[in-house]
Ligand binder design. Sequence first.
Ligand code: ZN
Length: 226
Amino acid sequence: MPDRIGAPAVLILLGPPGAGKGTQARKLEQDFGLVQLSTGDLLRAAVAAGTAAGLQAKAVMEAGGLVSDEIVLAILKDRMAAPDTGRGVILDGFPRTAGQAGALDALLAGSGQRVTAAISMEVEDAPMIARVAGRYTCASCGEGYHDEFRQPAKAGVCDRCGGTAFRRRSDDNAETAGARLAAYHAQTAPLIAYYEGRGLLHRVDAMRGIDEVAQALSGIVSRVSG
Ligand SMILES: [Zn+2]
């Protein structure tokens, strides 16, 4: 772990489902003492803690509405003031739009901070779709398999528990996976352009192995927070 990071780092981690964002964020937490903040967790924690912004969020959610950017930012601001974020945070799931990115910049500027880096975990669509589309699990023990990349040693029998029943998630098919990726690209493109325009964007090839991707990310974080 680097012994001293200057100002707390504010990293934005971007990547579609299946790119390995969660795994990599956990590694960055361990290696750099950062705290991953995902929007869903933040909202739940604020509601549970009964903070002013949490109570506002609760009222909106109970009425079936979408929590406004303003409330999310207030919750984020509270959370980033906690002592465990002294080395920095990894934001996951926020900002989602260029408008939210601008609002985040304004929020950070208020406390003399700024986004340190936006890291885009880049994937190739076709292999990603193949990865997701062939997945299935053992119905009794949950062991994961794949049509192409990981078949049981004996066809139709789970390596781990000997079970013979398997299940597939209905949304693990090529069509749904393709649609998810297309939606991700459409939603993220303006955000990527926003950070690119500010010279804060770093692209990482997320198709490589977990360790290689981790090394690339770690190199970026060391450079930007040094
Ligand atoms: Zn099994």
